[in-house]
Design a protein around this ligand. Structure first.
Ligand code: PLP
Length: 391
């Protein structure tokens, strides 16, 4: 085997893809598996968006574009941010990239190196911890508290800061917990950060349009963070466009050239035709996206009480995204065992909480990006398995 760099041993992965592969293998063997492991909307991309992509191909958009994305698209992002958050963002600070993950990776590469500390939510999206370790930085977990609807506490986070801390990663609404950080917690954190002007913040708001109780509070609405806030957002969730690979970052002016340079070194630009589909998503009818959120809300209202009725399971009501993160401690089985036995024996694919960090032990992630019929059958199967097979 050729000799690789030592940092390769630090790179983690996303178990969701492994569970998906195992579920598919079982299905090929003729087993009936309900897949609640998946982290993407179960709806197709709305037709007017698909049509815009098709038209762009027919119209000959086949070449490179500017690395940061075509101007009408960046303008559409700025207009969308004004509509949603009431903020003014120059399109010059918008860097369009192939998916939400890219902004995360770039931010971590910009700040991470041996000796630096980067804070990340735990349990949280697994790529944060993986990419931080890969950069050589120390990954410092910010504990999310089940008793607080899976929010961090600002006091605790501020207390962890040292002279080595460079970047805080926040994610609300969150994967895998569905947790939403309350505004007063954000207020306290932002106020405390005034004492640490050199620390940057990456706010992953990719589920920002999927909030069921109240309003999403974007960190972009705190002017005091403007010089050091990186906003991560994209099209994968809101517009059911995960496979199109479209996302964006809004960068402070001083950091933008570095992020753009990473883009030029890495992918040159986003798929040209897909850029036109991305514009259509932001400027076209909003009804399809609204209907999807309404469906997720209805499913949440079914699945959370249904999970709470199962033996050994209790589930906090998630405020956003499309995940429930029940506590399964009282089943007496660890999360990973439950994940594999529920898949193999009950035919339900869910993800072990430990796939989202060590602090996810005792939990499973159920994605409710599946129709009500599938959710009902999945809950029935899990309930039956817990009551019978386990013993
Ligand atoms: N951030 C969070 C919290 C996510 O859950 C995901 C995807 O699951 C992403 C970012 C990445 O999104 P994308 O598929 O657009 O790269």
């Amino acid at each position: 085997m050729p000799m690789m760099s030592a940092r390769m041993s630090q790179l983690g992965t996303e178990t969701a893809f492994e569970v998906l592969a195992r579920a598919n293998a079982l299905q090929r063997e003729g087993r009936n598996v309900i897949n609640l492991g998946i982290g993407q909307p179960d709806f197709p991309t709305p037709e007017h968006i698909v049509e815009a992509g098709r038209k762009a191909l027919a119209d000959g958009h086949h070449g490179y574009t500017p690395a940061n994305g075509i101007l009408p698209w960046r303008e559409a992002v700025a207009a969308d941010l004004r509509r949603r958050h009431g903020i003014d963002v120059s399109p010059e600070r918008v860097l369009i990239v192939p998916g939400g993950k890219v902004t995360m990776f770039f931010a971590i590469m910009i700040f991470g190196e041996p000796g630096a500390e980067i804070f990340y939510p735990n349990p949280g999206f697994p790529i944060y911890e993986s990419a931080i370790r890969f950069s050589g930085a120390t990954a410092v977990p910010m504990r999310l508290h089940e008793s607080k609807g899976f929010s961090f506490t600002a006091e605790e986070v501020l207390g962890l800061i040292t002279s080595h801390t460079r970047l805080l990663i926040l994610n609300s609404p969150a994967n895998p917990t569905g947790g939403v950080v309350p505004k007063d917690e954000l207020d306290q954190l932002v106020a405390g950060l005034a004492r640490h002007p050199d620390i940057a913040v990456l706010s992953d708001e990719i589920y920002g349009e999927m909030v069921y109780d109240g309003q999403h509070v974007s960190l972009t609405t705190y002017p005091e963070l403007a010089e050091r806030l990186i906003l991560l957002d994209g099209w994968s969730k809101t517009y059911a466009m995960a496979g199109w690979r479209l996302g964006y970052g809004v960068w402070p002016a001083a950091l933008f050239p570095y992020a753009e340079r990473l883009a030029i070194n890495c992918h040159s630009c986003v798929n040209a035709a897909a850029q036109h589909a991305g514009i259509a998503a932001l400027t076209g009818p909003r009804e399809p996206a609204r209907e999807m959120v309404a469906a997720f809300s209805e499913r949440r209202d079914y699945v959370v009480p249904a999970l709470n009725a199962l033996p050994g399971i209790r589930c906090v009501n998630p405020g956003g995204a499309f995940y429930a993160f029940p506590n399964v401690h009282d089943t007496g089985l660890d999360s990973r065992t439950l994940q594999s036995r529920l898949l193999d024996e009950a035919g339900v694919a869910v993800i072990s909480g430990t796939s989202f960090g060590a602090l996810g032990e005792g939990h499973l992630r159920f994605s409710y990006a599946a129709n009500l019929q599938a959710l009902t059958e999945a809950v029935r199967r899990v309930g039956h398995w817990l009551e019978t097979e386990q013993r």
